[in-house]
Write a protein that binds this ligand. Structure first.
Ligand code: SF4
Length: 702
């Protein structure tokens, strides 16, 4: 493609690393190509397979190009934007009049920019409900809860750069950066390891992280391949080992007494919780030799700077908050917080899941994590907005889906696909079919849009500008090449127009993302010191409280952002998964994502490059289980749980443990989420995707 148009500098639309890429527009609107951005601040021109293929979906033949309305005969027909808007406004008003505002739910999107998510949550609140949420509920809601409560902010405490330079030990639990955050892994973490840092990986499944660090091949690294759902006993062994050693050898400094005394609260509670804890029994529960876990504890406690990386293997459990709290406990008692190369670091999945939470698209918080039930905080936001906000937290997105057809009558979905992304997906589909009204705005016809009454064609990541916030809190600008299809609209324009038509006062009068960002800064303290000009090409790490703040690569140097200023330690006890194997379902099913695909596959399964790598779902089965069931490698099997069944190819591999089967959620024809359990963490309301009871049938037709 030759073109005299200038390429635009923007951010990869896939994972939360926030790699900068360029999009080269051609002579025709859909003619766009990927170009490296050589001095991009995060990745310096490097790119993984997903980032390199991201432009493939921009002008895909499946793009939605016109608004669609469902007719009386149940079929979709093309409509004008005016017709679609009128229908939406009529239905939003009808539902509010008949049932009240809490009968609506609003789904924001981590694939959409800060400004657009900010407007959607503002729309929900002006409508009169806090029933607004985003897919963080499915990935890191428990992490956000634990970090916010015990340290102050629901985000990475440190940055990729300071970890690469200063970290001596990477404790990676339930995260797979080798596959899910490839550039963070190769450019930052692996470089530190090549320079001598140690890796402890805690994961039931061997994966590209295991292989990228050659964990099996060296003395320095360990892979603790625990049973799914036993992270609390494993960390309790680590904590108790450190405490026991410190009692006998205080001069070794495994426990940082000064840090505990000056900067934490709750240490006694942890000691009491562990007083009668039986390490031998716990190691058996984890399925690991006790000495291996004790050795890992020693390595963590003796590292100068140790950092914990936490992922969905920790967060997606009914005990997700407790899982992450125990990681916080480990960092706090050893003084591994508040300086470079340390911390508790959630690796965020989507390119703007951090920002979507930051701007308040959650049912319990307003922009900047200000609690809706904190009168002072809420009133400060109301003063800027000029209207009242409900003072009770709303429903989370899984709760909204499960209330669909009951207390929830209508749903506004921006760029989300709950029929694929939520657990027990068959039941989600049944519930959405019971809604009185659903509008979906997206770039493709999704499994969720099939149930909508109105579908609005949005633009892709490459066509529009705005900001996104990556996994280490760096806010960066995206820039667009303009609309590929003339009758599509940016999410910002759509939400603003709905707001303008629905409400008389001019609180949705926006036609430019920078103007929205200017308002966001007024209500989001940690973004207050940022402007588009100051973000420039480098971006800024929040918090930036005042103009001129340069942002913090690591948090809590002097105090934690809690009410007392102290880090909160709290002992936790093991809660086994809600479903454990039995005679009928004797296997443990666990799920995770692939490097080549992305969440519900809406974009990645339409990318020829990515689909060539992995065109369909599969299940990893341990060789001993394969022999017992009589499964050959490559044979099709039926994988079943109490909620559904899928047919997929079996991969016989010792990447998984005996008794554990492992599969992915990306492919509509055989999505793991038809099987997963919808039981929730009581506080964070995140579902338990990582452990369910399952069974395999063989001898089936593929
Ligand atoms: Fe995109 Fe993530 Fe790959 Fe970077 S590592 S190119 S942000 S998918």
């Amino acid at each position: 493609m030759s073109s005299d148009k200038e390429p635009v500098k923007t951010i990869c639309p896939y994972c939360g690393v926030g790699c900068g890429i360029q999009v080269q527009p051609g002579d025709e609107p859909g003619d766009v190509q990927f170009m490296p951005w050589g001095d991009a601040p995060v990745n310096e021109g490097r790119i993984c397979i997903k980032g390199g293929a991201a432009t493939e979906v921009v002008d895909h033949e499946d793009r939605l190009t016109d608004p669609l309305l469902r007719d009386d005969d149940g079929e979709f027909r093309e409509a004008t934007w005016d017709e679609a808007y009128e229908y939406i406004i009529d239905e939003l008003e009808r539902i509010r009049d008949e049932y009240g505002p809490d009968a609506m739910g609003f789904f924001a999107s981590s694939k959409v920019m800060n400004e657009e998510n900010y407007l959607l949550q503002k729309l929900a609140r002006r409508y009169g409900t806090n029933n607004v949420d985003n897919c963080t509920r499915m990935c890191h809601a428990s992490t956000v809860w634990a970090l916010r409560t015990s340290l102050g902010a629901g985000a990475m405490t440190n940055s990729m750069r300071d970890l690469r330079e200063e970290c001596d030990l990477f404790w990676i639990q339930g995260a797979n950066p080798g596959e899910q955050h490839p550039i963070a892994n190769s450019q930052y973490f692996r470089q530190a390891v090549l320079d001598g840092a140690t890796v402890i990986q805690v994961d039931p499944h061997a994966n590209k992280t295991t292989r990228s660090f050659q964990i099996d091949d060296t003395e320095r690294h360990q892979h603790l391949q625990l049973n799914p759902g036993t992270d609390i006993p494993l960390l309790n062994i680590v904590l108790k080992t450190i405490l026991e050693h410190h009692e006998e050898n205080p001069e070794d400094g495994w426990v940082d007494e000064e840090f505990i005394a000056e900067r934490t609260e709750g240490f006694d509670h942890l000691k009491e919780t562990l007083a009668d804890f039986d390490k031998e029994a716990a190691a058996e529960e984890c399925g690991l030799p006790l000495e291996e876990i004790e050795l890992a504890a020693e390595k963590y406690a003796t590292a100068d700077n140790a950092a914990i990386f936490t992922g969905m293997g920790m967060s997606q459990h009914a005990c997700g908050v407790d899982n992450v709290q125990n990681e916080i406990n480990l960092a706090l008692i050893t003084g591994n917080l508040g300086r470079a190369g340390t911390g508790v670091n959630p690796l965020r999945g989507q390119n703007n899941v951090q920002g979507t939470c930051d701007v308040g698209a959650m049912p319990n918080v307003l922009p900047g994590y200000q609690l809706v039930d904190d009168d002072e905080a809420r009133e400060s936001v109301e003063d800027v907005w000029g209207f009242s906000v409900p003072d009770e937290p709303g429903l989370t997105n899984v709760e909204i889906s499960y209330e669909a057809g009951d207390s929830v009558k209508g749903l506004y979905v921006m760029g989300e696909n709950p029929v694929m992304s939520e657990p027990d997906a068959n039941s989600v589909a049944d519930r959405l079919a019971d809604l009185e009204f659903m509008v979906v705005q997206d770039i493709f016809m999704t499994e969720t849009a099939e149930f909508a009454d109105v579908i609005l064609p949005a633009t892709t990541w490459a066509e529009r500008g705005g900001t996104v916030t990556n996994t280490d809190r760096r806010v960066q600008r995206m820039r667009g090449v303009g609309n590929v299809h003339e009758n599509t609209k940016h999410d910002l324009e759509i939400v603003s127009e709905v707001g303008k038509r629905l409400f008389e006062e001019k609180v949705f009068d926006f036609d430019d993302p920078e103007v929205v960002f200017e308002e966001l800064r007024q209500v989001c303290p940690s973004y207050h010191g940022m402007t588009y000009d100051l973000l420039g090409e480098e971006g800024l790490h929040w918090p930036c409280y005042e103009l001129g703040d340069e942002g913090d690569p690591f948090l809590y140097e002097e105090e934690f952002d809690t009410e007392s200023g102290l880090g909160h330690i709290e002992g936790v006890e093991h809660t086994p998964p809600a479903e454990t194997p039995d005679d009928e379902y004797p296997l443990i099913l666990t799920t995770a994502r692939l490097e080549e695909h992305y969440n519900t596959g809406t974009m990645s399964t339409r990318s020829p490059t990515l689909n060539r790598q992995t065109p369909e779902n599969f299940v990893d089965v341990h060789p001993e289980d394969a022999e017992r069931y009589g499964i050959e490698d490559g044979e099709y099997v039926r994988l079943k749980s109490r909620r559904g069944e899928i047919t997929l190819e079996a991969h016989v591999t010792d990447d998984t443990k005996e008794g554990v089967v492992w599969t992915t959620p990306h492919f509509a024809a055989a999505s793991a989420n038809r099987l997963t359990n919808h039981v929730l963490d009581e506080r964070a309301k995140i579902p338990e995707y990582k452990a369910a009871a399952a069974e395999i049938d063989v001898d089936i037709e593929p």
